[in-house]
Design a protein around this ligand. Structure first.
Ligand code: NCD
Ligand code: ZN
Length: 345
């Protein structure tokens, strides 16, 4: 039986939500991950250091006692974010990073940024103090096809930010295209990208063939197979510019299975098993640790975790739990469309 031991992973992009859903989902992440960057797109969003600290306290209350876990908080950038307040929140260690959502790009992003030029003074300040910028990289123009929105964002906005502020530490989050892979790998040293387990597992057929599959609907949307393959090549390459950000995004089943199903895939539960399977299928299980446990920490200038986790390859495909119960509602757990043999123990 094959076994590996790796440094305990970090998740550099997570949605924990709040209230009863928070309580249900946090242990799914804290079981295998040592740290996670927590997204600020609550309703209403986390806009300042005080709200971030309060949210962090609510998260800490629901971390199981046996799990050793550190939530890393973020602020949601708007065109009215006060750059001095932002600096203070960062310097006081109330927050770890700031998140840029183009207005309307995804779930709970209505108060996001309409024109990047309007936040350039804030970004300059962030570059000066070393505060990381996390980007949801999609344009929102109605004329731009949804499958092209990431590529157009890179050409229109990311390239502008990188050229104006080469010192700014940037993560292009949850990348989905070969254009993003090449832009980031050739880009300046402060630019990196996170990749999700679902974008490494599925192409857009998983969304549309044999009926609409709302549980595979997320933003940025799944792309063609050649894009998925480019992401896999980047993830297994060991290139320190690419690391795991699961974008685990819980929504209730009934909200995903509606006439206007919301975007987001809840993948925390089996993430490490699925990633091990993908790396193994690509004869690169030895590269898993860099992707999940080293590259991200390096980009953010964080210490590498001390703890380790073990994964074992079973001779039978694992049987995954289908959903997480939250009160009398359900959150469907992400399942890839291939058998998974690797188990965390
Ligand atoms: C996320 C959510 O549900 O909050 N949804 C998603 O499809 N990824 C928001 C986001 O990160 O885009
Ligand atoms: Zn997200």
């Amino acid at each position: 039986m094959e076994e590996i031991e790796i440094i305990k992973p970090d998740d550099w992009h997570v949605h924990f939500r709040d209230n009863s859903i928070l309580k249900a989902v946090v242990p799914e992440t804290t079981r295998h991950f040592a740290r996670a960057i927590v997204m600020p797109n609550l309703t209403p969003p986390i806009l300042n250091g005080k709200q971030a600290i309060e949210y962090k306290e609510r998260i800490k209350k629901v971390i199981p006692k046996t799990h050793n876990f550190m939530p890393l908080m973020t602020i949601y950038l708007t065109e009215s974010t006060d750059k001095n307040e932002l600096k203070e929140a960062y310097n006081n260690k109330a927050v770890f990073a700031a998140k840029l959502y183009p207005a309307g790009a995804t779930t709970n992003s209505d108060s996001g940024v309409k024109d990047i030029k309007n936040i350039m003074p804030t970004l300059e300040k962030m570059a000066k103090i070393g505060m990381p910028l996390l980007i949801h990289g999609e344009v929102t123009d109605n004329e731009v096809d949804i499958f092209d929105r990431e590529k157009v964002f890179i050409d229109q906005s990311l390239d502008f930010i990188c050229k104006e502020l080469p010192e700014l530490k940037i993560t292009l989050e949850h990348i989905t295209t070969k254009e993003a892979v090449s832009y980031v790998s050739e880009g300046n040293k402060n630019l990196a990208a996170s990749i999700t387990p679902h974008h490494l597992s599925l192409n857009r057929n998983a969304l549309l063939v044999g009926g609409i599959k709302p549980h595979n609907y997320c933003l940025p949307i799944l792309k063609r197979e050649d894009h998925k393959q480019a992401l896999v090549v980047a993830a297994i390459s060991g290139d320190s510019k690419f690391f795991l950000g699961t974008d685990t995004a819980p929504h209730f089943k009934e909200d995903k299975e509606s006439a206007c199903g919301c975007a987001g895939v809840f993948n925390a539960t089996n993430c490490m098993s699925i990633l091990a399977e993908i790396f193994d299928q690509n004869n690169s299980i030895e590269m898993l640790e860099s992707f999940t446990s080293i590259n991200g920490a390096k980009h953010y200038g964080c210490k590498i975790n001390h703890e380790k986790i073990k994964l074992k390859k079973s001779n039978k495909p694992l049987k995954f739990k289908k959903y997480l119960k939250v009160g009398n509602k359900e959150v469907i757990i992400f399942q890839p469309n291939f058998p998974v043999f690797w188990e965390v123990f």
